[in-house]
Ligand binder design. Structure first.
Ligand code: ZN
Ligand code: ZN
Ligand code: FE
Length: 761
């Protein structure tokens, strides 16, 4: 009177050692039946003792394999028996829903690390050790089904010992597609900058460590691309790296061997520690400790440092003899994508790195390190890439047809939507050159192949000149949906939090084109996925010099000063302004008088840049947002005051901060501490957000507020806004899993395009 129980497990359960886990559990309990992958996840049939079946299900939920993420378990009892003779794993078919099976790349697991440190183990000190619970995935897959012949590991036929493990369902390396050992797998080697081999292969690691200790710059091939590495405590080496990489001020990420070491330099919260140690291993931004020995040139002018823990086995080996942090910055040339092939590394990085630590495992897809921080125990993604992409985000709504959203111009990602999943790509970069555009198109094609996607709808930004927009225009046979930039920001936040709206959307960022062809960036929208109405915005200020002004915030300052004070502003008395070139200032002023090359914008990002320059905190910026970040960095804690401002009625309403600028100039002329003025300014912007939201709540009857856009990376502003809106009883949402900056834009575009098409738009 045998009966069969069927269990369906959904979530991330394929390619993570789930079937062998079920196999071992069933064997242990003398259960018969089978396990196999199916469209939605894993399907298990069990026959035997009912109590044992209960236990097995308990184990599945309580102690699943480390990389599995179970979303749902369904159980059906009393099915007719199939009279299985034993328990077995049924091979996967290439059929089914391809949305689920590809995982992100994960850090080496503890079991592998133990083996790597065990002199008796055959993988002792082997830098490419991995198993079904860890190792590279996304970056080495060329095609589906996810099997060794479809990965770059096909270059390495398995030896007899590895073959045996690969076929043994009770082994941790059962169907570990990237498995390898010193006898059959990839090898490490060191070359100079011209590709000439250095030293003995067996001494490669010792040699590399010694070179770093000697102040040399190494290009190190990792999981998703190359890093440029040097001793982070060696000021001369760090400065040399900056000069050679032509990177003036943008902070460098670091890698350290342990959380304890990181604690010497940063304030590490419990949540930071968990995030640092997670198998995704992002770079985590944390507050810098005063008096730490990290040279200023690692992260000039900011009060945070970005650290990650070793994730590739190679990193662990490198740190065996290093008691100090390393700079580990993405190896790219100026704004191009991260270098990921050996030949291009030697060609492009030859003038930057002294030595190259290479290996012969090919990286098929690039993936930059992810970047995140934590707030109140929650993770906030700032760049979602290695360790996260291509994992899907489950949406509350269904994609009616397959959508490809082409994303933003800067910090580009693209996003596919299918059924209930959004697949947001790895970080592509700023779509400003041919190399990045190629990386974008290669990425899109790769996702299409991997997940069997055939988008019928293409979403893009309204800006006609963006390469992403032009890409969409060039694809034949699909419906095109233009999505306004700030609507996409708000939709991204709504979709992440599974809201359907309407919400009050506060979108504060650098720039985005409005349908009226002006540059938006300080917007209050009432929005759902289908539509938005612009209810308020920051006052337009004509920016002298257009895009040049982004790198030269002093130009922005002139525009805002002229707007607030008229042309007779007494600049020379402002802090630090004597040092600026008076001739250039007069030139820009005369341009402004004549209205030459000045573009009106309501951008909140530019406002922060301008205030930073007015106060002399930052007159120049070598990367986008630098002046604003420095302004945030100097703000004093515990300041409650704010400046006054005006809200002018109308549709849309206008937030006029001229009174703020005037009062702030008075404070600056009286030489009040710049940190005090900065804090007061942050409070003012927060107060304006709160006042607008309160007005809109009255007129619209909406209590949900979605904050989005790059300006909300500003922690002080975010905290102030959350605290005050919360105090007034608003339900406030900000972005966590998906970046609030333009990296999260594609997700919002996909959601809007889906709704537009659904409504026959
Ligand atoms: Zn492992
Ligand atoms: Zn082997
Ligand atoms: Fe934006």
């Amino acid at each position: 009177m045998d009966v069969r129980t069927r269990i369906t497990v959904q979530g991330i359960v394929q390619g993570v050692g789930f079937r062998p886990f079920v196999f071992a559990q069933a064997k242990q309990r003398a259960l018969r039946g089978q396990v196999r992958n199916n469209a939605g996840g894993v399907l298990i049939d069990l026959e035997g003792e009912p109590g044992a079946i209960d236990q097995l299900i308990f184990e599945l939920t309580a102690n699943p394999p480390p990389l599995a993420r179970i979303e749902a378990i369904y159980r059906t009892d009393h099915l007719p028996a199939s009279r299985f003779a034993d328990f077995r794993i049924v091979a996967s078919s290439a059929e089914g829903d391809r949305l689920l099976p590809v995982c992100a790349d994960f850090a080496v697991c503890d079991a592998c690390l133990r083996e790597m440190k065990d002199p008796q183990n055959r993988r002792y000190r082997y830098p490419f050790i991995n198993c079904t619970h860890c190792g590279p995935r996304f970056t080495i897959i060329e095609d589906l089904p996810y099997d060794r012949p479809a990965t770059t590991m096909r270059d390495f036929p398995l030896c007899a010992a590895c073959t045996a493990e690969y076929h043994d369902p009770l082994d941790r390396r059962y169907h570990a597609e990237a498995t390898a050992c010193p006898a059959c797998g990839p090898q490490l080697y060191l070359t100079d900058h011209e590709g000439r081999p250095q030293g003995l292969i067996e001494e490669t690691l010792e040699h590399s460590t010694a070179l770093v200790a000697d102040g040399k710059i190494l290009a190190i091939k990792g999981i998703g691309g190359f890093h440029l590495a040097c001793d982070a405590l060696d000021r001369a080496a760090v400065e040399r790296l900056r000069q050679r990489k032509l990177r003036a001020d943008k902070p460098f990420a670091m890698m350290a061997c342990s959380v304890d070491l990181i604690r010497r330099y940063c304030v590490v919260s419990k949540a930071d520690e968990a995030l640092l140690s997670s198998s995704s291993r992002p770079v985590v931004l944390m507050e810098k400790r005063s008096g730490g020995e990290i040279p200023r040139c690692v992260a000039p002018g900011v009060n945070t440092l970005g650290f990650m823990l070793p994730y590739a086995p190679l990193h662990h080996l490198l740190f065996e003899k290093l008691d100090r942090p390393l700079i580990m910055t993405s190896a790219n040339v100026s704004e191009e994508p991260i270098v990921h092939r050996n030949d291009e590394a030697l060609k492009r990085l030859g003038a930057i790195a002294d030595y190259f630590l290479l290996h012969d495992r090919r990286i098929h897809m690039r993936a930059d390190d992810s970047l995140a921080r934590t707030r109140a125990g929650r993770i906030i993604m700032l760049r979602r890439s290695r360790g996260y992409a291509p994992q899907g985000i489950k949406t509350a709504f269904r994609f009616e047809s397959e959508v490809l959203a082409c994303g933003a111009h800067l910090k580009n990602t693209f996003c596919f939507g299918k059924n209930h999943y959004a697949l947001i790509s790895h970080h592509i970069g700023d779509l400003e050159n041919f190399e990045t555009l190629s990386s974008f198109t290669e990425g899109v094609e790769h996702y299409q192949r991997l997940f069997d996607l055939h988008p019928l709808v293409l979403a893009h930004d309204l800006h006609p000149d963006f390469l992403s927009t032009q890409y969409a225009a060039g694809v034949a046979g699909a419906q095109k949906v233009g999505v306004q930039h700030h609507h996409a920001h708000v939709a991204s936040c709504m979709a992440e939090h599974r809201l359907s709206g309407p919400v009050i959307g506060v979108a504060f960022d650098g720039t985005g084109l409005g349908p009226d062809k002006t540059i938006w960036g300080g917007e209050f929208l009432v929005a759902d996925f289908a539509r938005y109405e612009r209810r308020a915005h920051l006052r337009y200020v004509p920016l002298a010099g257009g895009d040049a002004a982004i790198r030269q915030p002093w130009r922005l300052a002139l525009s805002y000063l002229r707007d607030a004070l008229g042309s007779a502003a007494a600049l020379p008395d402002l802090p630090g302004w004597q040092e600026l070139d008076g001739k250039k200032i007069r030139l820009v002023q005369s341009m402004m008088r004549q209205g030459i090359n000045s573009v009106p914008t309501s951008s909140c990002g530019r406002l922060f840049d301008a205030v930073s320059a007015i106060l002399g905190v930052s007159h120049e910026a070598s990367y986008e947002g630098q002046a604003a970040i420095k302004l945030e960095g100097v703000a004093l804690k515990g300041v409650q005051e704010s400046y006054s401002f005006d809200i002018r009625g109308g549709t849309p309403m206008e937030i006029d901060l001229r009174a703020t600028i005037r009062a702030l100039v008075v404070d600056a002329l009286q030489r009040k501490p710049v940190g005090f003025i900065s804090a007061k300014f942050h409070n003012t912007v927060a107060a304006a957000v709160v006042e607008l939201c309160r007005k809109l709540r009255v007129s619209e009857g909406i209590n949900q507020v979605c904050l989005s856009g790059g300006v909300f990376q500003n922690v002080i502003l975010l905290e102030r806004v959350l605290e005050r809106l919360g105090g007034y009883g608003f339900e406030v949402f900000y972005q966590c899993r998906v970046p609030t900056n333009d990296g999260g834009l594609s997700f919002g575009q996909a959601a809007v395009a889906n709704e537009t098409v659904k409504r026959g738009g």
